[in-house]
Design a binder for this molecule. Structure first.
Ligand SMILES: [Zn+2]
Ligand SMILES: [Zn+2]
Length: 675
C-alpha cells in the first residue's frame, strides 16, 4: 500500500505545519517516493489486466451518466414531502444504538482456544439464562482500565450483552493465550496482585495513563481449567509511542488457576479452588471475509508500528479550541457546542436555509434538499467513540465534534457553500486492525522487517463537502486533477477510467467521520485483494492516524457493529441509508440488497460510477458489488465491495480549493477570517 502510505505521511506533515488546521482532502502529489515500501515489489504490476477487466462500463466513455447532467432536479427535491423525505433520507443507527438492539443467538460450545478466535467464557456447561459469563465492565478508567465482571445472558438480550462478553484469544510466542476484549480491544486481561489476585482488563495498546500488562493463559479442554502461564509488562515510549512488552520475571502467578466466586475472577493456587470454565464460540464471525482477502494472504507477525499523536480533543474543541477560535462570527453559533446540540442544530438548519435562498437568488441551487445535509450532520455529530480501540481516544468522546455550513463568495460574487466536517477519523466500533492479515508497513524498510499498522489514533480532519450543484461530468477526465492514481503510475490519460482517474488519497467521508479511499491502491490493484484490510474494509496508512476505508464493510460482514450501516437500518425505509459524501458533493448511500426490490431506485441501474438518478432524489452514489473481479495472477475471482470506485462524477473544476492543501489561514471557505 504505497500511495496511502506516502499520502498519510503528507497529511501528518500538513497537520503539523498547518497549525493543526490542514484539510486532509488533498490530491497534492506526494513527493515521498522514498517512502515506497516493498508492497509494490511483491505485487505484479497488473495495471493492464485490472483496467481491462474492471466492470464492463468502466472505461473513460462514461456515456451512461451523461443523461443525468441536465436532469439534476432541484425542483423535485424541494417538493418532496416530509414523510417521503424521512423514509428516503435517513442515517444509519450507529454503533451505540446497535449495542442496545435485541439480539438472541444460540450459543455453541467450543473445546479449545484457537488464536484470533473469539469466545464467551462461562461457568456452566450449558448456555442457560443462569450461567455466569466473564464480562468487561461498563465503566472506563484512564488509569485502571475496565473491571473483569460477571453477568448472565437474560432472555431479553442485546448485541451489547454478547459483545461485552467476547474475548479474543491471541497466542504469543510462548504458545499461550492473551485474552483481549472484543468490545474494547485495547484491553487485555491482567492480574492485580495488590487486589487479592483479581483479574482486570488493562490497556495494552494505547496511551494509557498508567501501564500494567497482561497475563497469558493455557486452557485444558479436559479439566476445563484456565491456568495462568506468564505475564508481560506493557510500556510505551512517551516520545516515539513505540509499544514494548517484556516478560515479568517477578510474576508469581504462573500455573495458578482462574477461580470464579462471588462475582469476581481471581487467580488461585490450588486446583480444588479453581472453577471449571466452559468456552462458547462467538455467535458472530468477525474474521476477515474471503472477499477482503481473496488471495488468502497469511497473517504476518511483524512488530507493530508505533501509534501517533496528532491532536487532542482539547486542541480542537471548546471556546479555545482550533475550530471556535478560527471560525468567524458568521459561523460561530454553529460550533458553539461540540457534538449533538439542539442549539447548534437550530443555527445550522437556519443557515442552510439561508444558503438555499442565496443560491436561488443567483439562479443556482444546492445539489440536494437540505434534509440530506441535515441527516448527515445530525448523525455525524452524534457519533461517539464506543469501543476503547483508539490509542489516544477516550470512550464516550465525540468522533465528529463539528459539522457546520459556510457560504462565502469568490471574487466574481459567486457563492460557494460548503459543509465543513471536523473529524477525528475513527469508527465508534472496534476497528479490527489487529486481525488484518498483512497491514501497510512503514516506508523505507523491506516488508519482512517493517513494522505494520495495527494501532489507530485520533486524526485532525477538516473536510469540505461542496453544497452547490456544480453539475456532473460525462467523462472522468472532464475533471482536472493535479494527480491521479493513473498519472502517478506514469500512465497515459487515454486509459483513464472510473477506477484509476481517482485521488491518490481520500475521496470522500463516511457518516462516522472516517474517510474513504478509492478501490485501487497506488499500484492500481484493488486494496481488497492484498489482505491489507479489516473486515470493515479499512486500514491505517503508514503515517498513522485513523483507519481509512477502501471497501464497504457492510458487504463483507452484514453489519453487526462492523460497518457504518446494517440490515436493521433498512427496516421500514424506502431507500438504503445515507452513509457518506464524495468530495465532489455527491451523496453516497448503502448497497441495494437483493431483498430491496420494492425500494425506490432498485430497478434504476447504477452507472459505471455506481450512481443513479431516480424519484425525488438528485443524482447519488450507492455502495455496490462488482462480482467476478479477477485476482491478478490467478484464476480466482472475488467480489469487490465498492463504496466509491474512485473517480468523481460531480464536476470539481469550479470548486474552490478542491484537492488542495488549505487551512483557515488561506481558505476562507472553511469559515475563518483569512488574514
Ligand atoms: Zn489505504
Ligand atoms: Zn438510489
Amino acid at each position: 500500500m504505497l500511495r496511502d502510505i506516502g499520502l498519510m505521511v503528507l497529511v501528518a506533515a500538513l497537520t503539523a505545519c498547518g497549525g493543526g488546521g490542514g484539510a486532509s482532502q488533498t490530491t497534492t502529489p506526494t513527493s515521498t517516493s522514498s517512502t515506497v515500501n516493498d508492497t509494490a515489489s511483491t505485487t505484479p504490476t497488473s495495471t493492464s489486466s485490472t483496467s481491462s477487466t474492471s466492470s464492463t462500463s468502466s472505461t473513460s466513455s462514461t456515456s451512461s451518466t451523461s443523461s443525468t447532467s441536465s436532469t439534476v432536479n432541484d425542483t423535485a427535491s424541494t417538493t418532496s414531502g416530509t414523510t417521503g423525505t424521512s423514509a428516503n433520507i435517513y442515517a444509519p443507527a450507529g454503533f451505540e444504538a446497535i449495542l442496545t438492539s435485541s439480539y438472541a443467538p444460540t450459543l455453541s460450545a467450543a473445546t479449545t482456544l484457537v488464536s484470533r478466535s473469539r469466545y464467551l467464557i462461562s461457568d456452566s456447561a450449558s448456555a442457560s439464562t443462569s450461567a455466569n459469563y466473564l464480562t468487561i465492565g461498563s465503566t472506563y478508567s484512564a488509569t485502571t482500565g475496565y473491571a473483569v465482571e460477571s453477568s448472565t445472558i437474560p432472555a431479553a438480550s442485546t448485541y451489547g450483552t454478547y459483545l461485552s462478553k467476547l474475548v479474543q484469544a491471541v497466542s504469543g510466542s510462548d504458545g499461550y493465550f492473551r485474552l483481549d476484549s472484543h468490545l474494547h480491544p485495547n484491553q487485555s486481561i491482567d492480574v492485580d496482585v495488590s487486589d487479592s489476585n483479581r483479574l482486570k482488563f488493562r490497556n495494552n495498546f494505547g496511551k494509557a495513563s498508567t501501564t500494567y500488562g497482561y497475563v497469558t493463559f493455557g486452557y485444558d479442554s479436559s479439566t476445563k481449567l484456565l491456568q495462568a502461564k506468564k505475564r508481560y509488562k506493557y510500556s510505551y515510549d512517551a516520545t516515539t509511542y513505540t509499544a514494548t512488552y517484556t516478560e515479568d520475571s517477578t510474576f508469581a502467578g504462573a500455573n495458578q488457576y482462574v477461580s470464579y466466586a462471588g462475582g469476581a475472577y481471581k487467580l488461585v493456587s490450588s486446583d480444588s479452588a479453581a472453577t471449571r470454565l466452559y468456552l462458547y464460540a462467538s455467535p458472530i464471525d468477525f474474521s476477515i471475509p474471503v472477499n477482503m482477502n481473496p488471495a488468502a494472504t497469511a497473517y504476518v507477525s511483524n512488530a507493530k508500528a508505533p501509534f501517533k499523536t496528532k491532536t487532542t480533543t482539547d486542541a480542537v474543541e471548546g471556546s479555545n479550541g482550533l475550530i471556535y477560535k478560527n471560525v468567524n462570527s458568521t459561523y460561530q453559533a454553529q460550533v458553539k457546542v461540540a457534538g449533538s446540540s439542539a442549539e447548534t442544530k437550530a443555527s445550522a438548519d437556519a443557515f442552510l436555509a439561508t444558503i438555499k435562498t442565496t443560491l436561488a437568488a443567483k439562479g443556482e441551487k444546492l445539489r440536494y434538499d437540505p434534509s440530506v445535509y441535515t441527516a448527515f450532520r445530525d448523525a455525524a455529530l452524534a457519533t461517539k467513540l464506543v469501543s476503547d480501540a483508539v490509542a489516544d481516544g477516550t470512550p464516550g468522546q465525540n468522533l465528529v465534534p463539528y459539522v457546520y455550513f459556510t457560504n462565502e463568495q469568490d471574487t466574481s460574487g459567486s457563492y460557494h457553500p460548503f459543509m465543513i466536517v471536523v473529524s477525528y477519523g475513527n469508527p465508534s466500533s472496534p476497528h479490527g486492525l489487529q486481525d488484518i492479515p498483512r497491514p501497510p508497513g512503514e516506508g523505507g524498510v523491506l516488508y519482512p522487517n517493517a513494522r505494520v499498522t495495527r494501532f489507530s489514533n485520533l486524526e485532525n480532519y477538516i473536510l469540505s463537502i461542496p453544497l452547490k450543484d456544480y453539475g456532473l461530468v460525462t467523462a472522468v477526465t472532464e475533471n482536472t486533477l493535479s494527480s491521479t492514481l493513473l498519472s502517478d503510475m506514469g500512465l497515459s490519460v487515454t486509459s483513464a477510467n472510473v477506477y484509476n482517474y481517482a485521488s491518490i488519497a481520500d475521496n470522500g467521508v463516511l457518516i462516522n467521520g472516517a474517510v474513504m479511499f478509492p478501490v485501487m491502491n497506488n499500484v492500481l490493484v484493488p486494496s481488497q485483494s492484498m489482505g491489507e484490510l479489516s473486515a470493515n474494509g479499512c486500514h491505517v496508512g503508514q503515517g498513522g492516524g485513523g483507519p481509512h476505508c477502501h471497501a464497504d464493510g457492510y458487504q463483507s460482514s452484514k453489519g453487526v457493529g462492523v460497518a457504518v450501516y446494517g440490515d436493521s437500518d433498512y427496516v421500514g425505509k424506502t431507500h438504503p441509508p445515507l452513509i457518506g459524501f464524495g468530495y465532489d458533493g455527491v451523496a453516497l448511500f448503502g448497497v441495494y440488497r437483493s431483498s430491496d426490490s420494492s425500494m425506490l431506485g432498485y430497478s434504476t441501474v447504477l452507472d459505471s460510477f455506481g450512481g443513479h438518478l431516480h424519484d425525488s432524489l438528485a443524482y447519488h452514489y450507492h455502495a455496490h458489488a462488482v462480482a467476478n473481479y479477477p485476482l491478478a495472477g490467478s484464476s480466482v475471482t472475488y467480489t469487490l465491495n465498492v463504496l466509491m470506485k474512485g473517480a468523481y462524477i460531480g464536476k470539481t473544476n469550479s470548486i474552490p480549493f478542491f484537492g488542495m492543501n488549505s487551512s483557515f489561514s488561506n481558505n476562507k471557505y472553511l469559515g475563518g477570517t483569512v488574514k
